[in-house]
Structure formats: structure tokens, C-alpha cells
Design a protein around this ligand. Structure first.
Ligand SMILES: [Zn+2]
Length: 447
């Protein structure tokens, strides 16, 4: 465990122990020894060895996050410090969960935010304890409202300013935190009537500002704004003076809104996080909710690639294949690799540029392999000429007969064995014969 907190968490030096620990866990020599499956597993487990303690108290400075990411990235793609390797897939996507098209590698920035978000959840939850009183006294003039972005006091401690800051960092965080919490009102004994969000998605103060000016009890709880008549709640408010003109309009709006709201006797107000299953703030859920939504990989391929029958190195290969991130000559050229004395043409046939759709579908070599595969399964088909099309053919065409999982396996097994020569270091050995490939076709399916 780390020593006691010292130094300034906003500075890089403060985080040096964390970075060092991380670097030791994800050392380059380990990367070289492990298969890609092992690397992904280690990347996923390394987070538990990090002091989450630091990450749940302080916002990591960007330079620290970048450094940690570059360690993770180097580990995944196997780049030593001196020798840069190509990071084939955008890091944001790598960090998405497998079912969302990524590898599920921990995104440290998101993790840091999600951990800090816990303070938002706790401050508002209506359970009283000492630290909350301190925070309110210090920063919010003693009020117990929950919009913690509006810090009032001038000097804010590093811890609290970080917590406050994350609410304003991005639209995603704003939705998750600032707009993500609200009250589900019960007996109204915890909810601040004007200042807190409990009916609609804004506070009543923000919805009806003129009316709020005339309210007598500005700090009052919902339960102080009316009376019980038997079991029925009746709203009854006090005003400084008569309401006229636009204020009158606002008042009509307020009654319209409150018309549908009844307090519930004997039921406590509940602080609700709208993204959580039972309204509880869970770091893991917050982390998932902060993931980017767009993904270039269709859901059906995500399931196919990580199907339980497929070893992870093959899954990893399939993932790159479906994303078109294999080192085909075209892709290498796009990433600035100069292919000396080699043209961009396919090495297996003449006159066609080597890119994934050609290499895996329309090349004559590929044709002969797929022809055999279809023949073994007793199928005849107009064969697709794109990788996506072929994957879909095996998922749904063959999959309909033998089950999607087996269909997926056949697709991955064949492409994995056929990947030669592009995934091996490029050399001039001729590709293995179709016969040899045939014999190794299903090797990985054997127990
Ligand atoms: Zn070819």
C-alpha cells in the first residue's frame, strides 16, 4: 500500500509511485513472453493491483493518464520503448467491453471518474454523517442541497474541487452525475422543495424563478409545504405577496406540475440514481455508462468473436479481421509503413491490391479454401466477396444448420489458418499449400 498522502495530487510527481507500479506490472519483457490472450488477461487484472484509494480521491492529471495508457498500449501491441509498434486499434475502442466491440481493457480515465462520482452519490443520499456536514458547512453555506457544482466558498480543498470538477468535464459526465441523480419523493421529509430535483428534471427554483422569489420558505422541505388531510396530501404554500402577471403564470405552471404529485405517508424519500438498476450508484455501472456509444463492429460479430469455443488469440485475430485492422499491405501503407521493393499487390495472385476483402475472400487462393470448406459441409452458395459478408454467411447460413457458435468457429478457424502470410512476420516463404491448411483447419477445436 502507498504511504500517507503527501505532495500535490495535481502534479505529476505525486503519481510517480502509481506509474512505477503500473510499469512493473506491465513490463515489456512480460508482453513479449505472453500470448495475446495472456496479455489481455493481464491488462484486465492489473487494475486490481493499483491503489484505487488514490483514484477515488483525486482526479488524475492528463499527463499521468497519458503515460499509463501508453504503458497499457505498449503492452498490448508489444512495442518496446525503443521500437514503436503500430497501435492498430483506437484506444477508446480497445477499452470498450467485448460485447461493445472492444477488448474490455480498463480505461483508467473513465475508472477515475466513476470512482470520484461516488462522492456525488453519497453527498446527496440523505443519510446524515459527519463528513457531509463538514463539506456543507465549508462549501455550501451549510445548506443541504445536492447541486454540488455551485461551490460557494473561495478556498476549496483539492479533494473536493476534483469531485466538483468532474461534473463539468464532459457531456457524458454531466448526464451521469449532474443530471443522473434525483429524488423519488416519499413523505417529503428529506427533499428540499425548491432547490432539489424531485419533480421533472430541474429544480422548482430553476423552473419558476419569479415565483421562488416570493416564496416564504425558500429552504423548506417538501413536507413543510402543505398538510395531511387524513391520508391525502394538500399543498399549501405561503407567499410574501399576491402573485400577478407572469408570476401568476408561473404559479399556474407549478400547480399543474404538483397536481399529479402526492406525498406518501410512512415512505422515506429515496435518493435515486437513474442509471442504476435499483437506483444505487455502482462504480462499475457508471464506468460502463461512460463508455463511448459508437462502435464500428456489429453486435453479431462481437458475440461471434468471443464465443467460448474460440481461443482468445483466435478471437483477437477475428476482432482485427472484422475491424479491418490486420497488417495487409494496404493497411500498412495507410499507417506510413514503406514497403520496400514490394508493391501493394497481392503476393498470391497478380494484379490485385492486397487488402482484407481480397486476401480473405476474392483472391484465388482464398477461393480454393472456401470452396473446399463449402464442399465439406455439403453446401453450395453464391459466395460473398467481403469479410463481413463471409462472416455473416457462416453465422447465419451455416449457423442455421449447425448452430451459430459452430458457424462462427468455422469462419474463425478457416481465416485463422489462412491468415498466412500476413500475420506472421513478413518473409518470403511461400504460403502453405491448400492441402496443409486443410489438415490444420480445425486444430484449435480439438480438446
Ligand atoms: Zn490475391
Amino acid at each position: 500500500m502507498m504511504k500517507t498522502i503527501g505532495g500535490k495530487p495535481g502534479r505529476k510527481e505525486f503519481w510517480v509511485p502509481v506509474v512505477n507500479k503500473f510499469r512493473a506490472k506491465l513490463a515489456v519483457w512480460k508482453s513479449a513472453m505472453l500470448s495475446v490472450g495472456g496479455r489481455i488477461t493481464l491488462l484486465n487484472s492489473v487494475l486490481s493491483s493499483l491503489p484505487t484509494f488514490y483514484m477515488s480521491l483525486f482526479l488524475m492529471p492528463s499527463c499521468v493518464v497519458s503515460e499509463l495508457i501508453s504503458i497499457q498500449r505498449g503492452f498490448l501491441w508489444g512495442g518496446a520503448e525503443m521500437k514503436r509498434k503500430i497501435p492498430w486499434v483506437n484506444w477508446e475502442l480497445v477499452c470498450c467491453s467485448k460485447m461493445k466491440g472492444g477488448l474490455g481493457v480498463p480505461d483508467l480515465r473513465r475508472r477515475n471518474w466513476a470512482l470520484l462520482g461516488k462522492w456525488w452519490a453519497r453527498l446527496g443520499d440523505g443519510v446524515e454523517n459527519f463528513w457531509k456536514q463538514v463539506v456543507r458547512e465549508k462549501y455550501y453555506g451549510g445548506r443541504r442541497e445536492v447541486d454540488i457544482t455551485g461551490v460557494e466558498s473561495g478556498r476549496v480543498s483539492k479533494i473536493w474541487s476534483d469531485v466538483v470538477k468532474i461534473g463539468g468535464l464532459s457531456a457524458g459526465l454531466r448526464n451521469l452525475l449532474v443530471k443522473g441523480f434525483r429524488w423519488e419523493v416519499g413523505d417529503g421529509k428529506r427533499v428540499g422543495f425548491w432547490r432539489e430535483i424531485w419533480v421533472g428534471d430541474k429544480s422548482l427554483r430553476d423552473l419558476f424563478p419569479r415565483l421562488y422569489e416570493l416564496a416564504v420558505k425558500k429552504e423548506g422541505l417538501a413536507s413543510e409545504m402543505g398538510d395531511w388531510e387524513e391520508d391525502r396530501w394538500r399543498w399549501n404554500m405561503e407567499w410574501r405577496r399576491e402573485r400577478k402577471g407572469r408570476v401568476r403564470d408561473e404559479e399556474d405552471g407549478l400547480w399543474e406540475l404538483l397536481g399529479g404529485v402526492q406525498l406518501k405517508k410512512g415512505k422515506e424519500d429515496h435518493w435515486w440514481w437513474i442509471h442504476g438498476l435499483d437506483g444505487q450508484y455502482v462504480v462499475k455501472t457508471a464506468y460502463e455508462a461512460l463508455a463511448p456509444v459508437k462502435c464500428t463492429l456489429a453486435d453479431q460479430f462481437c458475440k461471434m468473436i468471443w464465443c467460448r469455443l474460440v481461443p482468445s488469440k483466435v478471437g483477437f485475430f477475428g476482432w482485427r479481421l472484422c475491424l479491418d485492422r490486420l497488417p495487409t499491405k494496404v493497411n500498412l501503407q495507410k499507417r506510413g509503413v514503406v514497403l520496400q521493393e514490394e508493391s501493394l499487390m497481392c503476393g498470391l495472385c497478380d494484379g490485385v491490391v492486397e487488402e482484407a476483402n481480397h486476401l480473405f475472400c476474392t483472391c484465388k487462393e482464398a477461393w480454393s479454401v472456401w470452396g473446399n470448406v463449402l464442399h465439406w459441409w455439403g453446401m453450395e452458395a453464391v459466395f460473398p466477396n467481403t469479410v463481413d459478408g463471409v462472416a455473416e454467411f457462416f453465422l447465419h447460413g451455416l449457423g442455421r444448420i449447425v448452430g451459430k457458435e459452430i458457424g462462427a468457429c468455422v469462419f474463425l478457424a478457416v481465416t485463422w489458418n489462412y491468415r498466412y502470410p500476413i500475420c506472421e512476420p513478413r518473409h518470403d516463404k511461400p504460403p502453405g499449400s491448400t492441402e496443409r491448411r486443410k489438415s490444420t483447419q480445425y486444430l484449435f477445436l480439438q480438446p
